[in-house]
Design a protein around this ligand. Sequence first.
Ligand SMILES: NC(=O)c1ccc[n+]([C@@H]2O[C@H](COP(=O)([O-])OP(=O)(O)OC[C@H]3O[C@@H](n4cnc5c(N)ncnc54)[C@H](OP(=O)(O)O)[C@@H]3O)[C@@H](O)[C@H]2O)c1
Length: 291
Amino acid sequence: MTLTPPRSSALFRDDVLAGQVALVTGGGTGIGAAIARELGSLGATVVIASRKASNIEPAAAGLSAELGRPVTGLVADIRDRDSVAQLVATTLERHGRIDLLVNNGGGQFLAPAETITPRGWDAVVATNLTGTWNLSRAVADAWMLAHGGRMINITMLTARGFAGMTHSVAARAGVEAMTRNLAVEWAQRNILVNAIAPGYIASSGLKRYPEGLLWAKQLQSTVPLKRLGTCEEVAWLVAFLASPGGGYITGQTLSVCGGRSLWGDHWPLPDPDPLPEIQVPTEPWEQEEDG
Ligand SMILES: NC(=O)c1ccc[n+]([C@@H]2O[C@H](COP(=O)([O-])OP(=O)(O)OC[C@H]3O[C@@H](n4cnc5c(N)ncnc54)[C@H](OP(=O)(O)O)[C@@H]3O)[C@@H](O)[C@H]2O)c1
């Protein structure tokens, strides 16, 4: 069974971001696609970008059809500064401004620390920490330092141990520290910088892990709310931070995690029996392939 995502915002007035241009990395899949859909449904002009045309092109076409106006899809690698400069230049050429940057593109592989190779470490840090910096700096230089704007960095839960994710949790903690610093340094440029730390979210990203849905099902029992979050539940917080409601929030990392960031093992919470089935949403443009 697939979840059908809402085609208009379930929460906000549908023109609340009208006139704004939003750039969403990793916007062709999972959480990023839900963010792109939500921002577009609120009236923003949306640009999505990632490395693979096979992710970006169908998503841009699908979102354009859903929203009834064009979503721009651009191929770019956030690790590569030339590619990032080109992405920002093309976005400005086509749309004239960048009001909102969502640094959502990222990824890692699950690995015990002792098995992470130097190459694996470098790749995860280059993507998740340096990639976020590359795009933040490029967008600031080309637009926001002069005109203001908002940046939202998607990270992960970093406050407690996250076994199997040493490389990524270190990189994301770096992004959260960078978020605090940039919020202070760029406050007088009218740039608000925040981070959102998703807990366990039922996204297409889960399919990348070998244990996939089986692992995800077990994860539910470690969450006080006893379920995974949805991509929309992350997207709604992005929309709030982008909206006038987010105007006095900067430098913060907000968790969307069903209480996972708080709960220790000493306080047993019984599992429901059975645990809920996992429902991973399929984008409309993926259905033919999957079915
Ligand atoms: N789902 C969760 O439970 C969860 C929890 C915490 C944090 N997160 C984070 O939330 C973000 C979205 O995750 P998701 O669950 O939606 O998984 P996903 O579908 O794997 O999304 C990752 C996206 O990042 C893009 N990307 C990866 N490397 C890139 C690069 N070098 N340059 C540009 N784009 C790149 C990918 O597209 P290409 O392959 O086309 O480049 C993909 O669209 C990720 O940063 C993820 O680590 C997810």
